[in-house]
Design a protein around this ligand. Structure first.
Ligand code: MTE
Ligand code: MOS
Length: 742
């Protein structure tokens, strides 16, 4: 049995020894490569009046400059046709107006400096609140509603209103965006790309080149992290490399340096939410009305589906009888914000967690009790109409954390500590998590696989998912070995490519093990069925069986397919049953804050998380720890700042390096981090009873934010509502303390 075994990541040894190859490593194995460098706009919004590339061509080593005139197909890098690859109007600081190809990267860079561009600056909208005031919106404005909110507010004993704002987040994958394109002997374009969505990269390369998809093959070896940032954003870069390869006949490499990656590519959406909430006398949520506005940046990209997921997660784990949620996407002159682990879910959930955290003192209730008393129970449905299955798992995980983390006892210790420490306070909080698994857009919930059994009994699998460190390939190897009933060593996995498995969905929505696992299993079962029929009850070792079956002309390979059953979604009505199931979890966090500086430390975190029957426990625990820490970074450290002044730098990303953008590191890890997988959690209808794990744990970090709120509250009189900015950086915590002290 391989599924369920605690194995290291299939590339762990390669990762730690530096032998794992990433897209850009292939450059050194490729002859005559040209290097691409962008010419970036210094303006947040401007019309390109003149573009003169002639002086660039005089720079030694410059081979060609790519401009809009070179595009044989469609000059667009997206699927919404609002992202010109070579723009006439630049929409953000860093927007590439053209690309220079050089014999070396340095030559291309010098060439880019020599390109002359005249701009006519236009008024720019930078802050999200500016966009709201100016009514600068793009895309759909969906509404999720149930019941009658005015009835709910009428019946409520307490009604509160407020605004919750939260910042975005930089992906900061270790490997920046990279593509390497070449034209093969048949005139076909082959693009190696660090992409979560090879099929869409292929489609966009094809439409830019004006060729059909079968002329373009995209391969992704692996990514040094994607986190959603490589779901949509790689396409344009791949298209530039491919265009350069077609026009020069030479391989073209495009890899963004860190500064370019930070300034040119999209990030998590910041959100603004205004809300009104009604509670009964005993703290039951009666009604919620809210307007969520996301900061989409300059183009739509994935902003609409991100917004839809945000709206579908405002409820988190709580029953809200009367609810009305409006959503809008603002258009601002910033990078085009995009998918980021949780895909809007975290932003939606932060709204309700912020509401509960702020209202608990006003209701005179313990936040732990306020939260648990509002949990969904059996038979209740979400605001978008999906009945919540297994809500008792949240309650079970909650009880487990209360016990294993000795919450009652530690709260007493914390009170005693706070009573004797006027300048240092501690706080402890619990938050629950419910996250829907499947793409909201039903069609994406399909996957394919290609499994070959060779005559010697060895097995090679291909599937539609990409590996970005999350351990998908490890799980797929385990699924294949288990289904075929052979040792793991007999199975090898080949890189993801569009000529092996076509029409794939993005490796996203945490669904890739569910989808591709289903497809791999399906392919293996087809082969096994044929082999079993051939064996006709004889007990023959695998290798012999395979060899014999070959001579008997039995097909030893198969294409597998999987589609998620039982889901549907009406995107106009924002109603349906979009998710196959929900992933659940609970976290308890204890923090300590310093009253003089706002500096904070996470003392202890206890997590119970539901992954069904884990396919690969070590991988899953790694995902839970990593997701949690990434959430902690978003909520308490990482502080994206854009120049919102009227100076010449307006619209510039000011935090464009690791020296000004604080990522979580070892020193921000909780002093103690305990992760347990929820037991007896088999999920039926999913591959080997497992559940998705990739994104949900990020949202367990709400517990840290709520614990910070508790600790700030300890500086105030009881009953004071604590408002905390997001991110709750030390600076933000300091100001929150100042406010409650006043
Ligand atoms: N883990 C690592 N190490 N690196 C990543 O880039 N991306 C996350 C998550 N875990 C990511 C990761 C995101 S955004 C998603 S959607 C899932 O992995 C995607 O993979 P899965 O569907 O196989 O879970
Ligand atoms: Mo993940 S944000 O769905 O790539």
């Amino acid at each position: 049995m391989s599924v369920g075994e605690a194995l290291p990541h299939e590339s762990a040894a390669l990762h730690v020894t530096g032998h794992a190859l990433y897209t850009d490593d292939l450059v050194h194995r490729t002859k005559d490569v040209l290097h691409a460098h962008p010419v970036c706009s210094p303006h947040a919004h401007a019309r390109v009046l003149r573009l003169d590339t002639s002086s660039a061509l005089e720079v030694a080593g410059v081979v060609r400059v790519l401009t809009a005139d070179d595009v044989p197909g469609i000059n667009d890098a997206g699927v919404k046709h609002d992202e010109p690859l070579f723009p006439e109007i630049v929409m953000f600081v860093g927007h590439a107006v053209c690309w220079v190809l050089g014999e070396t990267l340095e030559a291309a860079r010098l060439g880019a400096e020599a390109v002359e561009v005249d701009y006519e600056p236009l008024p720019a909208i930078v802050a999200l609140t500016e966009a709201i005031d100016a009514e600068s919106f793009q895309g759909n404005q969906p509404v999720v509603a149930r019941g009658d909110v005015s009835l709910g507010f009428g019946a409520a004993t307490h009604v509160f209103e407020g605004v919750t704002e939260m910042a975005g987040q930089e992906h900061f994958y270790l490997e920046t965006h990279a593509s390497l394109a070449l034209v093969d002997e048949g005139g076909q374009v082959f693009v190696q790309s660090s992409t979560q969505h090879p099929t869409e990269t292929q489609e966009i390369v094809a439409h830019v080149l004006g060729v059909h998809s079968h002329h373009v093959t995209v391969q992704c070896l692996r990514m040094g992290g994607g986190f959603g940032g490589k779901e949509m954003q790689p396409h344009g870069f791949a298209a530039i490399a491919a265009l350069g390869a077609i026009l020069t006949g030479r391989p073209v490499r495009l890899r963004l340096d860190r500064t370019h990656d930070l300034t040119m590519t999209g990030k998590r959406h910041g959100f603004h939410a205004s809300w009104k909430v009604g509670f009964s006398g005993d703290g039951r949520i009666e009604a919620l009305e809210a307007t969520l506005t996301s900061d989409g940046g300059w183009s739509l990209d994935l902003s609409e589906p991100v917004l839809a997921r945000a709206l579908c997660h405002v409820d988190n784990a709580y029953w809200i009888p009367h609810v009305r949620l409006h959503g809008r996407v603002a258009r601002t002159n910033k990078t085009s914000q995009t998918a980021f682990r949780g895909f809007g879910g975290p932003q939606g959930m932060l709204v309700i967690e912020d509401i509960l955290g702020r209202c608990a003192p006003l209701l005179g209730l313990d936040p732990i009790a306020l939260r648990s008393s509002n949990f969904y129970v059996d038979g209740q449905a979400t605001p978008y109409g999906q009945v919540v299955r297994h809500p008792e798992r949240v309650a079970a995980a909650w009880e487990q954390v209360l016990t294993t983390a000795s919450v009652a006892q530690r709260r007493e210790e914390i009170s005693a500590f706070n009573a004797t420490h006027p300048h240092t306070k501690r706080g402890l909080a619990l938050t629950p998590l419910k996250f829907g698994i499947a793409f909201n857009f039903t069609s994406f919930n399909q996957a394919g696989a290609l499994v070959h059994v060779y005559k010697d009994g060895s097995v090679l699998i291909n599937h539609g998912g990409t590996e970005m460190g999350q351990g998908l390939h490890t799980k797929m190897l385990q699924v294949a070995a288990t289904t075929l009933g052979i040792p793991l060593e007999k199975v090898r996995l080949a890189p993801t490519r569009t000529d092996k498995v076509p029409n794939t969905s993005a490796t996203a929505a945490s669904s890739s093990a569910d989808l591709n696992g289903g497809a791999v299993k399906n392919a293996c079962e087809q082969i096994l069925t044929r082999l079993t029929a051939y064996a006709a009850g004889r007990d023959i070792p695998w290798d012999e069986l395979v060899r014999e079956a070959y001579f008997a002309r039995i097909q030893l390979w198969a294409a597998g397919f999987y589609r998620t059953e039982g889901i549907h979604w009406d995107a106009a009505a924002m109603q349906g049953h979009p998710f196959k199931y929900f992933a659940y979890g609970v976290a308890a966090a204890e923090v300590e804050i310093d009253g003089f500086t706002g500096a904070h430390r996470t003392r202890r975190v206890d997590i119970v998380h539901d992954v069904g029957d884990s396919l690969s426990p070590l991988v899953d625990i790694g995902q839970i720890e990593g997701g949690f820490v990434q959430g902690l970074g978003w909520l308490t450290l990482e502080d994206l700042r854009w120049d919102e002044s009227d100076g010449p730098g307006r619209g510039r990303l000011m935090t464009q390096s690791a020296s000004t953008y604080k990522l979580p590191s070892f020193s921000e890890l909780p002093d103690e981090l305990n992760v347990a997988l929820l037991e007896h959690a088999t999920e039926d209808g999913v591959v080997y009873g497992s559940k998705a794990v990739g994104e949900p744990p990020l949202m367990l970090a709400f517990a840290v934010r709520e614990a910070l709120r508790e600790a700030v509250g300890a500086f105030a009189e009881p009953g004071v509502s604590v408002e905390l900015a997001s991110p709750a950086t030390p600076e933000a915590v300091f100001w929150a303390i100042e406010k409650v002290r006043a």
